[in-house]
Design a binder for this molecule. Structure first.
Ligand SMILES: NC(=O)C1=CN([C@@H]2O[C@H](COP(=O)(O)OP(=O)(O)OC[C@H]3O[C@@H](n4cnc5c(N)ncnc54)[C@H](O)[C@@H]3O)[C@@H](O)[C@H]2O)C=CC1
Ligand SMILES: Nc1nc(O)c(N)c(N[C@@H]2O[C@H](COP(=O)(O)O)[C@@H](O)[C@H]2O)n1
Length: 221
């Protein structure tokens, strides 16, 4: 599976405010670039922290892109994937609507009733890991469902875990010209952090593009 992480951060590296309120860091052109990445993916993934904070739809917004997918035999929208160890995704979450298939990745620690509620709401539940989702194991399950191109949008907890598990192939980051600040505000990679410089993931910068009032940095991982 090819895993592409794409996110937007402020110039000080924040994904949202300290209250986890969604901020439009991207401008029009970058949101359109993100929409094109969604349209090129088999599935779009977020952590449950993002579902609880933003209630995103994760769908392709441009009609022509959805039409192109449909005419090439794909569903109009990519599938949606939520990493959700304890099955906390609310049944009324927008990611569970009928606009696309949705996979919720849970761990063995998730409550059976919560898992049933997700299945009743139409999600396909994939169980991997004891206390936390084992991302590598869960991705094998997704591959069995035909997911070959996965785009990950965040947030910071999920992105850190993907780097820690060496599961990232490509990273694109829009850096907007704004300062959010706040030691509690989510950053591109949160989690426990890498303590040992030897374990820092090594990235290769492949492109720098000016866009809106910011830049898009592209890396191979
Ligand atoms: N600016 C941007 O491009 C984006 C910003 N965001 C922002 O990020 C914030 C949410 O980020 P976070 O709080 O970091 O939450 P998150 O979206 O990274 O979700 C973290 C949660 O995912 C679950 N999870 C399951 N397995 C996991 C694993 N193996 N590793 C890590 N997490 C796992 C856990 O319940 C964990 O608490 C929101 O404020 C949202 O607005 C989110 C996506 C993109
Ligand atoms: N690329 C990007 N730039 C920003 O400025 C953002 N705030 C985000 N947020 C992500 O977009 C999701 C919302 O998706 P829908 O419009 O609901 O489909 C949000 O949940 C973040 O993942 N991304």
């Amino acid at each position: 599976m090819h895993v592409h992480v794409n996110a937007a951060e402020s110039v000080d590296g924040k994904l949202s405010t300290r209250e986890r309120e969604q901020v439009a860091i991207s401008g029009e052109a970058d949101f359109d670039r993100m929409d094109a990445l969604r349209a090129d993916a088999d599935a779009v993934m977020v952590g449950v922290g993002t579902v609880l904070a933003d209630d995103p739809s994760l769908t392709v917004k441009d009609d022509a892109r959805r039409d192109r997918r449909a005419s090439s035999g794909q569903p109009p929208n990519p599938a949606r994937v939520v990493a959700d160890s304890r099955a906390r995704t609310p049944s009324a979450a927008t990611v569970l609507d009928d606009d696309a298939a949705t996979y919720v990745l849970v761990s063995e620690a998730a409550d059976e009733e919560a898992i049933e509620a997700l299945a009743d709401a139409g999600a396909t539940v994939v169980v991997a890991g004891d206390e936390r989702v084992d991302l590598a194991g869960a991705f094998e399950g997704l591959a069995d469902h035909g997911v070959e191109r996965l785009m990950v949008e965040g947030g910071g907890e999920l992105i850190f875990s993907l780097f820690a598990a060496d599961l990232v192939d490509r990273l694109t980051v829009y850096v907007g010209s704004t300062v959010v600040g706040g030691r509690e505000a989510p950053t591109l990679a949160d989690g426990d952090g890498f303590a040992d410089p030897e374990s820092f993931p090594e990235l290769t910068l492949t492109d720098v593009e000016r866009m809106d009032d910011g830049v898009v940095l592209s890396y191979d991982a």
